[in-house]
Design a protein around this ligand. Structure first.
Ligand SMILES: NC(=O)c1ccc[n+]([C@@H]2O[C@H](COP(=O)([O-])OP(=O)(O)OC[C@H]3O[C@@H](n4cnc5c(N)ncnc54)[C@H](OP(=O)(O)O)[C@@H]3O)[C@@H](O)[C@H]2O)c1
Length: 242
């Protein structure tokens, strides 16, 4: 899935949460498009596997909640063209709001605080014609009962995107909102993962769940298009339709 042009040639791209799923697919696509890519996450095992599979990408160990670690990474990278926040960054409790403890509900927002950390530490290194892309999710605007935590954090991400686009211009700030995408997020299903995703896909307009590379394409578009800011692209196979 190569890029149609060399818009990212020699650009510096940092993908936080870049060792799996949507973040990794974005890092790979950006590198294929000619960018110099840095990708980070917490797990040494994932970093080692990714570094072996993608030797042209610089992988770094980092937690989005480690502010000093984020600052050190951005200081090491230097001037940055594009920052992508794709880390899951939190445990979410999928249960009705009134059946969750306050702690469970608040924990979901650690994804959001991870993103705010990335923005705060990354912006000082971001070039004026650069961009930030964050990942929200379909439940921000259409969710089922039991999804209040992902809905609220997704809305927070999309609200932050619009607010930062105003404050940081001409730096561009955008979001993508994935629907159900086949990534490491569903590894918790173990050996039932493929069957579970196939079943979920049967209820989708396009008859299948999405691929990480399909979301990555939208992130690459947002990075490269110099007239897009404050927007959220839905990559959800039509999930928002009634
Ligand atoms: N897949 C879907 O259906 C879907 C739908 C809607 C929204 N999303 C959103 O899409 C984003 C990407 O998720 P994904 O589906 O690609 O999941 P994934 O395959 O599990 O990838 C998540 C990535 O984030 C990293 N990560 C998690 N917590 C981190 C932290 N605290 N600090 C640094 N890195 C961290 C993980 O690596 P380590 O474990 O090594 O840290 C991994 O590289 C997430 O924000 C998720 O909420 C996904």
């Amino acid at each position: 899935m190569a890029l149609l042009n060399d818009q990212l040639k020699d650009q510096i791209v940092v993908v936080i949460g870049g060792t799996s799923g949507i973040g990794l697919a974005t890092a790979v696509l950006a590198e294929e498009g000619g960018a110099n890519v840095w990708a980070a996450s917490r797990s040494a095992d994932k970093i080692a596997a990714c570094a072996a599979a993608h030797p042209a990408i610089h992988f770094e160990q980092l937690d989005t909640h480690d502010v000093a670690g984020l600052k050190a990474l951005f200081d090491k990278v230097g001037p940055v063209s594009h920052i992508v926040g794709a880390a899951t960054g939190a445990d979410r409790t999928m249960a009705p709001f009134m059946e969750q403890t306050d702690e469970q509900f608040r924990e979901a927002f650690n994804k959001f605080w991870g993103y705010t950390n990335v923005v705060r530490q990354g912006v000082p290194q971001l070039l004026a014609n650069g961009s930030i892309t964050l990942v929200s999710g379909t439940p921000a605007r259409k969710c089922n009962p039991g999804m209040s935590s992902v809905s609220c954090t997704g809305n927070a991400v999309e609200g932050l995107t619009r607010a930062l686009a105003l404050e940081l211009a001409p730096i561009r700030v955008n979001a993508v909102a994935p629907g159900i995408i086949d990534t490491g997020m569903f590894d918790r299903f173990g050996d039932k993962k493929a069957a579970a995703l196939e079943n979920m896909g049967k209820n989708m307009l396009l008859g299948r769940v999405g691929l990480a590379s399909e979301v990555a394409q939208a992130i690459i578009l947002l990075m490269g298009n110099p007239y897009m800011t404050g927007t959220t692209i839905d990559v959800d196979g039509g999930a928002l339709l009634p």
